[in-house]
Design a protein. Structure first.
Length: 453
């Protein structure tokens, strides 16, 4: 059942109960600790929880869940804070800040890592890199591993190793009644299935076991083409994506050039043999010859270095609106939309990014994980950065809609995407509803869109 902000008496009682159970420094209703707890990547979010509990252990999470239930408070989980829609914060309720749960422990023998629910991609890659491994991540290092994974987890290595969700092997979860559950392929497998793309709607993930991969280095970087060549370059990118081997993921889109004008971005990541990636006649370097580039900067670096290097492009605190659509391919109709809206970015910080889904990620059966869209496709991320950019983002999304699959990427869909939300999980929705009813019948957790009726 939906939760509403607690009344003053229940909030005061909850505050006292928390301060009785944990040190004062972990419970915040104001002051610097509170300000830090509610500061998200999207500065436009104005949700304000009444209380923030800093969770340093799984027991703290259990305490927070049980306290919210006892006093009837809305509950949310805040990790690295990159959900643009602000669902990390329980407006008028209790927010559990799990950032301290950021440890990563690598087992080289099994090629796995135990990753805390508050860890970022940078944390995971730093630990895995000490043993010559990488984990499945998104494109930015500061994004939380848990949130990314639970929603699916597109990333630059997806063609070779699959989505982040595909690499989730087990999890420790605090469920809505305050129980601590360990789920894996043998224990509560339905819950594990739901966590692989069904979002953070089933409990608080305090730790995860994820699969690691031997990728010593990647060949990556960016190629910028002048805007008047956009049509030609997009057509050639379409061909390159269609022919791309698993080891090559080709992200493309529109960003502002240094002079503020739009430019066509091609961002490849090659995770195979470095010699092939660096070969001037190979498939990676061919992407520097799709036109006459303004800039072509491709390097061989550890995957961790590549991700961390992009963090500065997306600083905290700016106003952000995101829309998303998933399209079968970069055909002429989609390219036309990209050109129309990319040619009039509302601010120099805004942009359009097309994430390449193919290879290993597309060979997983739709029913094997909660993430159901397993056909090769492009996930369009329309970023309006700055105030009053929502109209542009809405118009771009509407223009792509007639060329897109129903639904969209759960991690980027806001609560107002009512035309897309019913279709996010496709034929997997009935099973997800059954898992939700079993572990959270009162609807305590609502992290990403999951229609229950």
């Amino acid at each position: 059942m939906p939760h509403t902000p607690g009344d003053a008496r229940s909030l005061a009682d909850a505050h006292r109960a928390l301060r009785t159970a944990v040190p004062d420094r972990q419970v915040h209703s104001s002051g610097p600790g509170y300000a830090d707890g509610v500061a998200l990547w999207n500065g436009a979010v104005n949700h304000r929880p009444a209380l923030v509990l800093t969770c340093t252990t799984t027991d703290d999470v259990v305490l927070g869940v049980r306290t919210a239930r006892e006093f009837g408070l809305p509950l949310s989980v805040r990790s690295r804070g990159h959900d643009w829609a602000g669902r990390a914060l329980a407006d008028g309720g209790l927010t559990l800040d799990v950032r301290p749960l950021s440890g990563v422990r690598v087992d080289p023998a099994t090629r796995t890592a135990e990753v805390g629910g508050g860890a970022s991609a940078n944390h995971l890659l730093a630990a895995a890199g000490e043993h010559g491994f990488v984990g499945a991540t998104g494109t930015i290092g500061t994004v939380g591993v848990a949130g990314l994974t639970l929603g699916g987890g597109y990333g630059p290595l997806a063609g070779r190793i699959g989505l982040a969700a595909d690499n989730l092997l087990a999890a420790e979860v605090v469920t809505a009644d305050g129980s601590v559950v360990r789920t894996d392929a043998r224990h509560d497998p339905d819950l594990l299935w739901a966590l692989r793309g069904g979002g953070g709607n089933f409990g608080v993930v305090t730790s995860m076991t994820v699969r690691l991969h031997a990728v010593p280095a990647v060949v990556t970087g960016l190629v910028l083409y002048p805007w008047h060549q956009a049509g030609q370059v997009l057509a050639r990118v379409r061909e390159a994506q269609h022919e791309a081997p698993d080891d090559l993921t080709i992200q493309t889109g529109v960003i502002a050039a240094p002079d503020g004008s739009p430019a066509l971005l091609v961002l490849p990541t090659w995770s195979g043999d470095v010699v092939t990636g660096e070969d001037p006649s190979g498939p990676v370097m061919a992407l520097t010859r799709l036109g006459d580039p303004l800039l072509a900067q491709l390097d061989t670096v550890p995957h961790a270095t590549a991700l961390a290097g992009r963090d500065a492009m997306f600083p905290d605190g700016r106003h952000v609106t995101i829309r998303t659509r998933s399209v079968p391919a970069l055909d002429e109709a989609v390219a036309d939309v990209v050109e129309r809206f990319g040619g009039r970015l509302p601010t120099p910080q805004s942009g359009i990014s097309l994430h390449h889904f193919h290879g290993a990620a597309a060979r997983v059966a739709a029913a094997d994980t909660a993430f159901s869209l397993r056909r090769p496709h492009l996930m369009a991320e329309i970023l309006g950065i700055g105030e009053d950019t929502g109209g542009w983002a809405d118009a771009a999304s509407a223009a792509l809609a007639e060329h897109a699959f129903p639904g969209g990427y759960a991690n980027l869909l806001g609560p107002d995407a009512t035309d897309q939300i019913p279709h996010v999980h496709g034929d997997n929705l009935p099973r997800l509803r059954r898992v939700k009813a079993a572990v959270d019948p009162d609807g305590v957790f609502a992290a990403t869109p999951l229609p229950m009726s």
